[in-house]
Ligand binder design. Structure first.
Ligand SMILES: [Zn+2]
Length: 148
């Protein structure tokens, strides 16, 4: 049972309205926070398709809509990660509910703090993933000859 009243002392992040932007947030931040909030409430299925515990390639399955999307996790910041869903492709926020869902799951894992504090293994601009074939984003750690 959820209380109808908003908590006065917001120890955790306050719930956001989907229709009314809060005054203290920029519209883009609000939209990101909404996805974060929504993603964390989901009961999607999660599958790690890579060989890394955190910075890996995942498949997120929505059992209700029977859709699944590929998510690549590279860090905690907006724009670090990639998702193959249409929302991510168009919202220009650098995140979506699937990414937020995966991050929420990963943050509960042992060693998550250390892993994410160290940053992603290989950063890429989200636009790269959208324009190049996704294969590049799902490929294993860079083995192409790139010598200094
Ligand atoms: Zn998505």
């Amino acid at each position: 049972m959820k209380s109808q009243r908003a908590p006065d002392r917001s120890v955790k992040e306050p719930r956001l309205s989907r229709t009314h932007p809060p005054v203290h947030l920029a519209p883009a931040d609000w939209q990101r926070a909404l996805r974060r909030q929504f993603g964390r409430d989901q009961t999607f299925g999660l599958e790690n398709r890579g060989d890394q515990p955190f910075f890996s390639e995942f498949v997120v399955v929505n059992p209700q809509s029977k859709t699944s999307y590929r998510v690549a996790i590279r860090g905690l910041n907006a724009g670090d990660n990639y998702c193959s869903c249409p929302d991510y492709a168009t919202n220009e926020l650098g995140t979506c509910k699937h990414i937020e869902f995966v991050l929420a799951r990963l943050e509960k894992k042992r060693g998550a703090k250390t892993a994410f504090a160290g940053g992603g293994v290989r950063r890429f601009p989200s636009s790269t993933c959208a324009t190049t074939a996704h294969a590049r984003c799902t490929s294993a750690p860079d083995r192409t000859a790139r010598r200094p």
